[in-house]
Design a protein around this ligand. Structure first.
Ligand code: 5GP
Ligand code: ZN
Length: 134
């Protein structure tokens, strides 16, 4: 038996609130509910993160995430949605099994605060490009 919590969920060995399921993925409500309606799309095959995932499975999962995001936005009266995936501990991943978060947004005080620090001018963009593409 797997000790991965999302493998146990997708195998229906432990309970979750299921919103959608097919052969490739499953959508469930996240226990933490960062905002009301916070959902997860998890893969049926175990991949540690998006970085290792199969391209076809990923393509399918992002479409499922989009469809569910629209449904959540419409029916829960959200004003926007963040769809995101964390890859590796340094990026905040706590469950090492591919999943997309769907986080409905109501206002800036709704409990979720993505923050992009402005470092404009700090690094040379051409230098970064050359380093990435070497
Ligand atoms: P990560 O931090 O890896 O991007 O996100 C993992 C998410 O899984 C967290 O938001 C956490 O609340 C959620 N989670 C962890 N364990 C369970 C569980 O047993 N059931 C459900 N539904 N969500 C879980
Ligand atoms: Zn797993």
């Amino acid at each position: 038996m797997s000790d991965c919590i999302f493998c146990m969920i997708k195998d229906h060995q432990i309970n979750s609130t299921v919103l959608y399921e097919d052969d490739i993925c499953m959508a469930i409500l996240d226990l933490s509910q960062a905002t009301r309606g916070h959902a997860l799309v998890i893969s049926k095959v175990h991949y540690d993160s998006v970085l290792e995932a199969d391209d076809e499975a990923l393509a399918h999962m992002i479409v499922v995430a989009k469809t569910l995001a629209n449904q959540i936005k419409e029916n829960l009266n959200a004003q926007g949605i963040n769809i995101l995936t964390n890859a590796k501990e340094a990026a905040g991943q706590t469950v090492s099994h591919l999943h997309f978060h769907i986080i409905p947004r109501y206002d800036q005080y709704d409990g979720f605060e993505p923050k992009f620090t402005d470092h404009q001018g700090k690094w040379d963009l051409e230098e970064i490009k050359n380093e990435i593409l070497k």
